[in-house]
Design a protein around this ligand. Structure first.
Ligand SMILES: NC(=O)c1ccc[n+]([C@@H]2O[C@H](COP(=O)([O-])OP(=O)(O)OC[C@H]3O[C@@H](n4cnc5c(N)ncnc54)[C@H](OP(=O)(O)O)[C@@H]3O)[C@@H](O)[C@H]2O)c1
Length: 343
């Protein structure tokens, strides 16, 4: 067993009650077995940290199964093939995989997608050219359907999904107002990404600022957050507004069995009827058949400088739990990625 690789992994030690804490995670090491015919050994280079992982920590009914206690935390990864007994893969190949929070993994090759390191930096397969970028594209193309001159508002606007929503929304001809936490994030989306306006949701007069930035009301609200941001947006929605419900990060730490039913429900239902609103939840994989279109279009927009991105890279797998807890508090600035090993 002298040369057997040892994997370092982060498992779910306990289920959080409300806000997760570092004690909900545990770091473990395990010597991996030999490869069987058809298998590859992956060395993980990058791990994506995403808000959906909070849902996997709960044992609640959802669109995906929870991580078991003692199970490896789930997550998208970019990996190098270190050894191969699968004819489709050669050592050195770089692949997109879903190996979770660990340094090495054995795969039978199913679901691996080869990446071309010369086409784009490989970490982008977890962000702008990966699941978050595609989420923005799919929600806009299928649900929001912006028309030229319409006002599109997006929250968590400097993040992985929101930054792509705003920029692709501009490409589709909308006037884009981004909502973000703090002056640095607001400056970034306005000055560097070209959003038409940027509003800080932590400002005391947030609601007033949002109303002034949307003098013609809101035609599209791309919902990533919920909470006080939704409350500020809701009265500004125009007739026939479209609201793709992509995420509700402000609510992910709530206990669903005890959280208070919203008093807003009758008002929301009345507005849906009176204003002919379209409010539609979605999970990006519903639109998986559009991924080839996305890779083609997004690749072109990036090369033309019309779609920019920012990555927030944290070094070391052992730092993943703290980085993830920070994501739920808005401490990330850009797509949050852990560098597990040097590429
Ligand atoms: N439906 C799907 O298929 C799908 C796929 C991917 C992601 N999503 C959802 O899309 C949303 C954005 O995901 P992402 O990966 O792009 O994350 P992200 O924006 O890179 O990071 C999360 C951001 O959410 C904001 N935030 C956190 N807590 C908040 C609160 N209580 N109130 C207001 N803002 C808060 C923070 O930004 P500020 O500092 O700017 O507030 C934080 O930086 C999430 O809700 C996620 O679950 C859905």
């Amino acid at each position: 067993m002298a040369n057997q690789p040892v994997t370092t992994r982060i498992v779910l030690a306990s289920r959080p009650v409300g806000k997760p804490v570092t004690a909900n995670f545990r770091l473990e090491r395990e010597t991996l077995r030999d490869l069987d015919e058809g298998e590859v050994l992956l060395q993980i280079l990058y791990l994506s940290l995403d808000p959906y992982m909070r849902g996997r920590m709960d044992d609640a009914k959802s669109y995906a199964a929870p991580v078991e206690i003692g199970g490896v935390m789930e997550g998208g990864t970019v990996a190098r093939v270190a050894k191969s007994r699968n004819t489709a893969f050669t050592p050195g190949d770089i692949v997109l995989s879903h190996s979770g929070w660990q340094s090495h993994a054995i795969s039978d090759g199913a679901g691996l997608r080869k990446l071309d390191p010369d086409a784009a930096p490989i970490s982008t397969a977890l962000g702008i050219l990966g699941m978050p970028g595609f989420t923005a594209y799919a929600g806009l193309r299928n649900i929001a359907r912006p028309k030229a001159g319409e006002t599109l508002v997006v929250a968590a606007a400097s993040g992985a999904v929101g930054s792509a929503v705003g920029q692709i929304g501009k490409i589709f001809g909308a006037r884009v107002v981004g909502i973000a936490g703090g002056p640095d994030k607001c400056r970034y989306i306005h000055d560097e990404l070209g959003f038409d306006a940027a509003i800080d949701h932590r400002a005391d007069d947030f609601q007033t600022q949002l109303a002034s930035a949307c003098p013609n009301g809101i035609d599209i609200y791309f919902e990533n957050v919920g909470g006080h941001v939704w409350s500020a947006v809701f009265p500004l929605l125009n007739d026939f507004a479209r609201v793709p419900i992509c995420g509700l990060i402000a609510h992910y730490n709530e206990d669903q069995s005890t959280s208070r039913r919203s008093d807003q429900l009758p008002a929301v239902m009345r507005a849906i009827l009176r204003k002919s609103l379209t409010i539609r939840g979605f999970i990006q994989r519903e639109f998986a058949d559009q991924r080839p279109d996305f890779y083609r279009e997004a690749g072109k927009w990036i090369s033309e400088g019309r779609l920019r991105y920012k990555e927030d890279i944290v070094d070391g797998l052992e730092n993943a739990p703290d980085a993830f807890l920070g994501l739920l508090e808005g401490q990330n600035f850009g797509k949050l990625i852990v560098r597990v090993a040097q590429s």
